[in-house]
Design a binder for this molecule. Structure first.
Ligand code: FES
Length: 111
C-alpha cells in the first residue's frame, strides 16, 4: 500500500468534496474525497456505470443539497457513507472506496 497526502482538511468545503488526480509510478490515479464535519471518505473517481469520472465541474461530486454523491453523467446517486448506488443506471452497485485518514490537519489516502 502507498500512502499519499492529498491536502489539508480545511481545504475541503464542509460539507463538500474535492477531486485529486496524481501519478504514482506509471499509474494515473483519480480520486475524490467527501467531507462532512470531521468525517472524510475517499473513492476512486470512476462511476460503476461506465467507468468514467463522476464530476463535470471539477470538485463537485455532491448533489445540490450535499446529501448524496452524484454522477453528473447520467445522474446516479450514491450514499456518502459507503458509496452504494441508490438510484440511476448502476443502482445496487458501489463506488470503490479507498482507506482515508486525517493525521494532524492532513488528509491522506492509501491505494
Ligand atoms: S456514468 Fe455515472 S451514471 Fe452513467
Amino acid at each position: 500500500m502507498t500512502r499519499r497526502v492529498l491536502c489539508r482538511l480545511d481545504e475541503i468545503p464542509d460539507p463538500g468534496s474535492r477531486g485529486f488526480d496524481f501519478r504514482e509510478g506509471d499509474a494515473l490515479h483519480s480520486v475524490f474525497v467527501v467531507r462532512t464535519g470531521s468525517a472524510v471518505r475517499a473513492y476512486e473517481n470512476a462511476c460503476p456505470h461506465t467507468g468514467g469520472p463522476l464530476d463535470w465541474v471539477p470538485d463537485q461530486f455532491l448533489t445540490r443539497e450535499k446529501d448524496m454523491i452524484l454522477c453528473a453523467t447520467h445522474g446516479a446517486l450514491f450514499r456518502i457513507e459507503d458509496g452504494h448506488c441508490l438510484s440511476g443506471p448502476c443502482v445496487g452497485e458501489n463506488l470503490t472506496p479507498l482507506p482515508v485518514s486525517i493525521e494532524g490537519d492532513a488528509v491522506a489516502v492509501e491505494f
